[in-house]
Design a protein around this ligand. Structure first.
Ligand SMILES: Cc1ncc(COP(=O)(O)O)c(C=O)c1O
Length: 396
């Protein structure tokens, strides 16, 4: 691949580690393609963005990793605009299609027993007491923050330390619920946050840490939990990029008080759109049950630490006790999720194989940085950080 000046200053490339063999084929295609023009894209179909001429790549520095890592998931020759070469492809088989059809046949579309069933098996699979599905990973993060606010575990103005490289909706729910964001830089090798850097960022206003497991890589939870314990901070996880990753045999997403997941297209599981929160904290679970649906009591058990229901089902069907949202998922999403969950282990195994192949393909390039695993990554993406010296040169 001919490398153009675009790569002059350590620009990152992130390839998607698809769940299937196509990734390998596409990676090979990439290697041979003469690159003259580039565009950046996260979703090829809808989000094509040419490199703006005005972009001064040489002005990018560490603070810009957010843009680099997430604005640019892949850099491709311009010619591929016409070929629509997908960043990811769908992993659905006959099982998912049949599950979707059976929901359509049932004429029961809104949140119901499929969602309940999916939540139950999801919680079991990840080793959490409770799982609560919503319509996206972004909504899952919103539920996390809202539950912390309305339960009084955090109050408006409290400061939350957050991984500096992530998706927009890791951050927005934090400020939307009135908390203050303090960014913590990532380690360039692991692309996650180091415990020492985290500890240094703590201020007297810090009350919680929102940790992102970036691109499939779990964080060093032992060291980070120790910092949180020492400073009495809540640990929260945005695990939307790292389903199936493990640290010391425990699933990423289950280390925090609440962990979030995304099942958007291209993620480890695909339910079209979809999100999930897991927690072992019953009270926060109940808050999320209410906040997910308008702030009502309908989905709460009779007795809860947040509310005791009256013996009047009609009243409790229309009783609103806190400022909620409507971020409910659909039955069709849950039905496909049930089928996808059966395949998760295979998907992750394939992603791990692809990552090994990618690594082997570039191992001769000793100063190309790839993401160093902490624990076992589930390889949401494959990051390559290029050194300045390769500007304008070629690799084979
Ligand atoms: C770290 C992170 N958080 C949140 C989200 C949002 O998930 P969703 O697209 O399901 O809203 C994403 C999306 O990829 C993400 O990468």
């Amino acid at each position: 691949m001919k490398l153009a000046p675009l790569f002059d200053h350590g620009l990152s490339l992130v390839f998607s580690c698809y769940d299937n063999e196509d990734a390998v084929r596409d990676f090979d295609v990439m290697k041979d393609y003469p690159v003259n023009n580039y565009f950046f894209t996260r979703s090829l179909e809808y989000n094509l963005r040419y490199v703006p001429k005005s972009l001064k790549i040489n002005q990018l520095h560490d603070d810009d990793y957010d843009y680099i890592m997430h604005g640019i998931d892949m850099v491709l020759p311009k010619v591929y605009v016409d070929k629509m070469w997908g960043l990811s492809n769908d992993t659905w088989g006959a099982e998912e299609l049949n599950a979707a059809h059976s929901v359509i046949d049932s004429r029961f579309f809104t949140m119901g027993k499929k969602v309940k069933q999916y939540e139950k098996i999801f919680a079991k699979k990840f080793g959490s007491k409770y799982a609560i599905m919503s319509n996206s990973g972004s909504s899952a993060n919103l539920l996390t923050m809202a539950a912390l606010l309305y339960s009084g575990r955090l109050k408006r103005g409290d400061e939350i330390l957050v991984t500096a490289v992530s998706w927009s909706t890791t951050y927005f729910p934090i400020s939307q619920m009135g908390f203050k964001i303090r960014f913590v830089d990532i380690n360039i090798e692991t692309l996650n946050v180091d415990a020492e850097t985290l500890e240094k960022a703590i201020t007297p206003a810090t009350r919680a840490v929102m940790l992102v497991n970036l691109l499939g890589n779990p964080n060093a939870f032992d060291a980070i939990q120790a910092v949180c314990d020492k400073h009495n901070l809540l640990l929260l996880e945005d695990n939307c990029e790292s389903m199936g990753a493990t640290y010391n045999g425990k699933m990423a997403g289950t280390f925090g008080l609440i962990g979030s997941f995304s099942t958007y297209f291209s993620h480890h599981l695909c339910t079209m759109e979809g999100g999930m929160n897991v927690t072992d904290d019953e009270e926060l679970y109940h808050y999320m049950l209410s906040i997910r649906s308008h702030g009502w009591t309908r989905h709460l058990p009779k007795e809860s630490s947040i509310y005791t229901k009256l013996d009047d089902p009609f009243y409790e069907s229309f009783n609103f006790i806190m400022p909620g949202f409507n971020v409910r998922p659909l039955e069709i999403e849950a039905a496909t999720g049930i089928e996808q969950l059966n395949k998760l282990d295979d998907f992750i195994e394939q992603r791990r194989k692809n990552a090994i192949l990618f690594k082997e393909s570039i191992e001769s390039e000793t100063d190309f940085l790839t993401q160093k695993e902490i624990g076992k990554s589930s390889w949401f993406g494959f990051a390559i950080i290029l050194p300045a010296r390769v500007a304008g040169s070629s690799i084979s």
